[in-house]
Design a protein around this ligand. Structure first.
Ligand code: F6P
Length: 329
């Protein structure tokens, strides 16, 4: 874990980066109020790294975060910033931060956002703590990321509705959920939604095997089925799966892509609590001079993990969930 001299720490910045996630506002609120209670000034860097590059900041106070804990999205905006891959852009960002008097950062986002902050520390010496905020839950070292619980529940609500119409029409459905490199949402939703099978990037399932499962279900008297597919690298892949199932078996599958619906909406209690705990924890770490770490939660306890370790390892999916989905179908 890296250390910096925090004895002269007066002002910190907070930003959200990458895809938004419900509960980010709760985390920002927590950062702001914890910072003020620790006698630190706090500013928002607007729109993530984009704002850092343009020099767009906004001072925050206790009232700036009033009535935000229950709101989805991120009120300080977010973005994806490919420019930040270039070292000279990171130099520019650091210059803007220094000119503004921001001495350390809380970065709320996923692994891409953490990589940017890690490089900013290594190259420019700007201390930071990362707070895991992504609906994908694909960050190593923390049991859960901010936004995951809400996204799962949002998707589940949709699947329950789809089940009504699937059952009424005796239909097969493929529901596509988010998760670019990971199947955490798909797995939780598959298990909680009583799906027949789950397609995830970490453990690819041959279409033939799924057809066998559907056929076995039909023989056993099943009249409707729901399959869950993580979008993976190709949003819309559920259409390809449906086509492949049709060609190989004759089964016609309806496709429903949940897409960005999963990213919006009021955060669940679990995400508000997680955001509140991690935001304050990140401020406390900076106050103690600890940086280049991720603030996370393991077995209910707050932890911090070296960012190099966090970025180097891949979070393992709960294989048991996949087996259970199959056993309970
Ligand atoms: O934030 C994570 C995520 O929602 C992924 O699940 C998804 O693949 C991606 O972001 C979509 O990103 P964008 O909103 O930029 O299209």
């Amino acid at each position: 874990m890296a250390q910096f001299n925090s004895s002269s720490l007066k002002k910190i910045g907070v930003f959200t980066s990458g895809g938004d996630a419900p509960g980010m506002n709760a985390a920002i609120r927590s950062v702001v109020r914890a910072a003020i209670s620790s006698k630190l000034e706090i500013e928002a860097v607007l729109q993530g790294y984009k704002g850092m590059l343009k020099g767009e900041f906004a001072p925050l106070n206790l009232r700036s975060v009033a009535n935000t804990i229950q709101r989805g999205g991120t009120f300080i905006k977010t973005g994806r910033s490919p420019e930040f891959h270039q070292p000279e852009q990171r130099q520019k960002a650091a210059d803007h931060l220094r000119a503004r008097g921001i001495q350390a950062l809380v970065c709320i986002g996923g692994d891409g956002s953490f990589t940017g902050a890690h490089l900013l520390w290594k190259e420019q010496g700007i201390p930071y703590v990362g707070v895991p905020g992504t609906i994908d839950n694909d960050i190593y070292g923390t049991d859960v990321t901010i936004g995951f619980d809400t996204a799962v529940n949002t998707a589940l609500e949709a699947i329950d509705r789809i089940r009504d119409t699937a059952a009424s029409h005796d239909r097969l459905f493929i529901v596509e959920v988010m998760g670019r490199n990971s199947g955490f949402i798909a797995l939780d939703v598959g298990l909680a939604g009583g799906a027949e099978a789950v397609f995830i990037p970490e453990s690819p399932l041959p279409v033939e095997a799924v057809i066998d499962k559907i056929q076995a279900g039909v023989k056993g008297g099943k009249t409707s089925s729901i399959l869950i597919a993580a979008e993976g690298q190709k949003p819309g892949r559920a259409y390809d799966l449906a086509e492949s199932i049709r060609k190989k078996s004759g089964f016609e599958a309806k496709v429903c892509i949940l897409g960005h619906i999963q990213r919006g909406g009021a955060p669940t209690a679990a995400d508000r609590i997680l955001g509140s705990r991690l935001g304050a924890h990140a401020v406390d770490l900076l106050h103690q001079g600890v940086c280049d770490v991720m603030a996370g939660v393991r077995n209910g306890q707050l932890i911090n993990l070296d960012m190099s370790q966090c970025l180097a390892q891949r979070k393992v999916i709960p294989q048991g969930y996949l087996d259970l989905v199959d056993r309970l179908r």
